[in-house]
Design a binder for this molecule. Sequence first.
Ligand SMILES: *Cc1c(COP(=O)(O)O)cnc(C)c1O
Length: 384
Amino acid sequence: MDYIALEDAHTSGFYRKHPIVLVKGEGAKVWDAEGREYIDCTSGHGVANVGHANPYVAEAIARQASRLITCSELFYNDVRAELLATLARITPPGLKRAFLCNSGTEAVEGALKIARLVTGRKKFVAAMRSFHGRTFGSLSATWRKEYREPYEPLVPGFSFVPFNNLEAMDKAVDHETAGVILEVVQGEGGVIPGKGEYLRGVQEICRQKGALFILDEVQTGFGRTGKMFACEHYGLEPDLMCLAKGFGGGVPFGAVMIHEKFGEMPKRLHGSTFGGNPLACAAALAAIRYLEENDLPRRAAELGEYFLGRLRQLESNLVREVRGLGLMVGIELKKEASPYIEALAEEGVLALSAGPTVIRFLPPLVISREELDKVVEAVEKVLP
Ligand SMILES: *Cc1c(COP(=O)(O)O)cnc(C)c1O
């Protein structure tokens, strides 16, 4: 069967795809339809933190699937209750409530709506090179012109300031600002870590001016950067925090964590049919337990440092900078990255781009040192 032709004939066409048909995964490895093996440093866009086909997650899904798959928030549910309590335990202090949804963009939409609701203000400040999603609200907080312009007019009230520049942020936030939304490490924008001093400063500005401090940890959450959540590196205490990607162990899931100081949200002013469904909750509970029991955040910290160190030793004239946090790593080139990402796939290593010139690595946190060595060898081979 020619799956590539079949997909090409009937897919939307929005995606640029590698001509590889992936049919199976295990840990940090995936296989194509012809049985060729790859080391997956995409994790399906930073989703498979606990590894592909994680047996612990697979079992939890199977068990829940034969018990109860759907149960809307018209009713209470055992697994959902347990997950909500777990989220309140593992997220930063004060984040005791959650709105559950199904994706990153929905988490951001939820956060923006909640910020307007609890402040009664309308305006938002985001960072240049930010990425917060593709629906109208989150797109309005997203920097890249190519993503935005075809869909204008977007939601009014958004402004953008340079990332890691506290002075610009101080000028942009005023007493009409409902919230400031930032990634702790900018992902799509090029793997750009926020500085601790900057992020703490932004939090302080928000507190002073009554704007909500909103962290988008959709990509950086669930162990990716070497802590369960990246904001822990800097002791940040966001008012709202957006989660998705690695949350459900591969199953679509998202959440807005809400600070307890806001109390309960008003009835019926937001909602989701699938949000908080028991199947996703069971998968997320299993994924979180697996992350904790195997101390994967610490593993990401150690392996990330090793990986960054080895990449920084590469002697290629093409490399402008190697940067990252934990197992969220980018190589900025002096040239367009996509031909090198294709060359890496030829060598059996799947990687992502992050903007035009950055090769991004988001491997499953269960990746072995030997597999990372193979990734470094492949990078060495393709970067002259
Ligand atoms: C991927 C991503 C999103 C959007 O998530 P989707 O699930 O694709 O809607 C939002 N914010 C950040 C930081 C992301 O990396």
